[in-house]
Design a protein around this ligand. Structure first.
Ligand code: NAI
Length: 337
């Protein structure tokens, strides 16, 4: 099988070596795009990360495609309907870094609660004054966890160590887990109204798009802290900017942004002015948020520890091997979204 592995770093190639004898594998440092799709028109399998364009328009160029083995948990970047209609199997990596992403949630939260970035900036300048650096304790605060799957659960376990109160919401509450870990499922109204900190752990799909918007911000406590490591479009960025402006949201920690692909490179931003591929208003809001002192933004790096990436690679190789062996694993279908 001809397999093209996109968005791959040199050190990551090693894991695919075991398949070299049986398959023709090509490594590409960048993503699959509209512009380069023609060059891979004879590929039978693709292994992208999340910045490749896997829309029907691009996939149409790859007529022999049988498998997409994405090296991510999220699969919102793949046109599942097109894949379903064209007999293309899609596999993901369902679990690889629930602890990794949960640890990043607390990296963002502690950066905010201890004003870590401003504090370090200041000491680097030789300034040891404390003015404006007062933070807040996590101890005793109420954490609202929206989505209690693999990552949400891990966040709750860590939050328990900080002795936080936990409220949770999920389409499918796991009451056994709630009593084992010691937290309460409540409806969204109560979670929004009672939480000091809210963290999002739902997948991006039609139902979760703008899950947190003006109406939800209106129901939150004044001065709430918001953490988003899920996907950028789960949070209405315009509503967030407004809520920050009004002081409703005291601080935000964001690992994901809508249109984040477009802001990875300034050049990409400039190009998008001409090709109108990106929503420029959203990108402008992203740039405004990037410069606010009470907003901490990381570049979708919550997953990015050595251990987590090694788990991603070995599961992906396993997905390809099981597909070629006729028993595909970790298959995603359009019905699941
Ligand atoms: P999961 O599938 O284990 O859990 C998601 C949970 O959300 C499920 O319990 C589901 O019932 C719940 N849910 C779905 N729709 C909901 C709604 N409308 N309201 C309330 N609950 C809802 O997924 P996991 O592994 O916890 O990951 C969550 C998301 O985190 C992924 O879909 C992905 O987008 C994102 N992620 C981000 C990473 C990063 O580097 N920033 C890395 C890995 C995942």
């Amino acid at each position: 099988m001809k397999i093209i592995v996109f968005e791959i770093e040199d050190w990551e190639r090693e894991t695919f070596q075991s398949m070299q004898a049986e398959h023709q594998i090509e490594f590409v440092a960048g993503p699959l795009t509209h512009k380069n799709a023609e060059a891979y028109s004879d590929a039978e399998a693709l292994s992208p990360f999340i910045y490749s364009d896997l829309s029907a328009d691009v996939l149409r160029h790859i007529g022999r495609l049988k498998l997409i083995a994405t090296r991510s948990t999220g699969f919102d970047h793949i046109d599942l309907e097109y894949c379903g209609a064209n007999n293309i199997t899609v596999c993901n990596v369902p679990v690889y870094g629930d602890n990794t992403v949960a640890e990043h949630v607390f990296a963002l939260l502690l950066a905010i609660s201890h004003k870590m970035i401003a504090a370090v900036d200041r000491t680097r300048r030789g300034d040891f004054s404390l003015k404006g650096l007062q933070g807040f304790d996590l101890f005793g605060k109420t954490l609202g966890v929206i989505g209690t799957g693999s990552i949400g659960k891990c966040v709750i376990e860590i939050a328990k160590g900080f002795r936080m109160e936990i409220l949770a919401s999920d389409l499918y509450p796991d009451e056994e887990m709630a009593s084992r870990l010691g937290f309460r499922y409540v409806d969204m109204d109560e979670l929004l109204a009672s939480s000091d900190i809210i963290t999002l752990h739902v997948p991006s799909n039609k139902k979760t798009r703008n899950l947190i918007s003006d109406e939800e911000f209106a129901r939150m406590k004044q001065g709430v802290v918001l953490i988003n490591t899920a996907r950028g479009d789960v949070l209405d960025i315009k509503a967030l900017a407004k809520a920050i402006g009004e002081g409703k949201v005291a601080a935000a920690g964001l690992d994901v942004l809508p249109e984040e692909g477009g802001i990875r490179e300034e050049a990409e931003l400039l190009r998008s002015v001409y090709d109108k591929k990106h929503d420029l208003e959203t990108m402008l809001l992203n740039h405004i948020l990037l410069r606010l002192r009470n907003v901490v933004i990381t570049p979708h790096s919550a997953f990015n520890t050595r251990e987590a990436v090694e788990r991603i690679l070995s599961t992906t190789v396993g997905n390809i091997v099981s597909f070629t062996g006729g028993e595909p694993e970790n298959v995603i279908s359009a019905k699941r979204t």
